[in-house]
Each structure stands twice: as C-alpha cells, then as structure tokens.
Design a protein around this ligand. Structure first.
Ligand SMILES: Nc1nc2c([nH]c(=O)n2[C@H]2C[C@H](O)[C@@H](COP(=O)(O)OP(=O)(O)OP(=O)(O)O)O2)c(=O)[nH]1
Length: 146
C-alpha cells in the first residue's frame, strides 16, 4: 500500500482545511468549527479553512484563512493525504487538502463563518459530531493517522 495519491483529478475549486491539534508532537485534541452559512451547511462541523485564491499556494491560503476566520497564527504539520492530487473530493467542483496544524499565536475565536469552536478528543467521539458529510472519510483517516 502506498501513501501516494493514486488518482489524478481536476476540480475547479481547491479548498484547504486545518486539523488544528493541541500539540503536533503529541496530539490529544482537535479544534473543530461549526459553520454558520450557507443555509445548507449551517450547523455542521468542519475543518477551518476555505478556498485557495489565485497566486496563493495551498499552505499560504490555509494560513490566511486561519488568521481571518479564527484570528490565529499557526504552524502546519503533516498533510492528511487523500486519494486525489487535490486531496479529498468534497462535491462535483471542489476538493480539499488538509494539514495538521498547531496554534503559534492568538486565542481562537469564531470571527467569521462559524457559530462555535470546540476542542474535541481525538478518539471515536469525534465521529459522533454532525460533520459536513464529505468530511467523514477525512476524520476517519485523521484518527487512524494521529
Ligand atoms: N473550510 C471547509 N470547507 C469545507 C469542508 N468540507 C466541505 O465540504 N467544505 C466545503 C464547503 C464550501 O462549499 C467549500 C469551502 O468554502 P468556504 O466558504 O469555507 O470558503 P471561503 O472561506 O474561501 O469562502 P468564500 O470566499 O467563498 O466566501 O468547501 C471543510 O471541512 N472545511
């Protein structure tokens, strides 16, 4: 078995997300975020992040999104690789790459796009949250990886 992506993909929208853990060296908890919009996704839990803008790398976009949405600076850890070059398929148009990350400055607040932030143990209880459906395989892989 290989960790390399096995399928090429060409999704128009590249999204990036962060699995923010309490410690990259010894992760025990993850900071999850509850979306406030759009209506179809409001109330569901997700990895903080967003769309990559032109001229940005995925990593730059993720740092920007975490600063805008949560008011934090962060260190990125390993990528939680998906089956695609673009990460994990979200829908017909979008795929998401996900990195572990640790807060290096700031106290996370739901400044934008979220109604709530919550630290949750990195165990099976994480799967009991009402995630955006496309995120479940990512959460499962995260639990197997960390
Ligand atoms: N951030 C994030 N988006 C996700 C996840 N799972 C999932 O299906 N998505 C979808 C929801 C949205 O359709 C899209 C990301 O859009 P977004 O609204 O977060 O992006 P953005 O902050 O750049 O927002 P905008 O500029 O379009 O207003 O990806 C996830 O875990 N995190």
């Amino acid at each position: 078995m290989s960790d390399y992506p096995t399928e090429s993909s060409d999704f128009a929208v590249q999204v990036v997300g962060a699995a923010i853990v309490d410690s990259l060296d010894g992760p025990r908890q993850i900071l999850v975020a509850r979306r406030s919009a759009p209506e179809a996704l409001a109330g569901l839990w997700e990895f903080p992040g967003g769309k990559v803008e032109p001229e940005e790398t995925c990593e730059q976009a993720l740092q920007r999104e975490l600063s805008e949405e949560l008011g934090i600076e962060s260190i990125l850890g390993q990528e939680i690789s998906g089956p695609l070059m673009q990460g994990w398929q979200l829908n017909d148009r979008a795929a998401m790459r996900v990195w572990t990350s640790e807060i290096s400055a700031g106290n996370p607040q739901p400044l934008q796009d979220h109604s709530e932030l919550r630290w949750v143990n990195l165990d099976e209880t994480l799967l009991e949250l009402d995630w955006i459906p496309a995120d479940f395989p990512i959460v499962q892989t995260l639990l197997e990886t960390l």
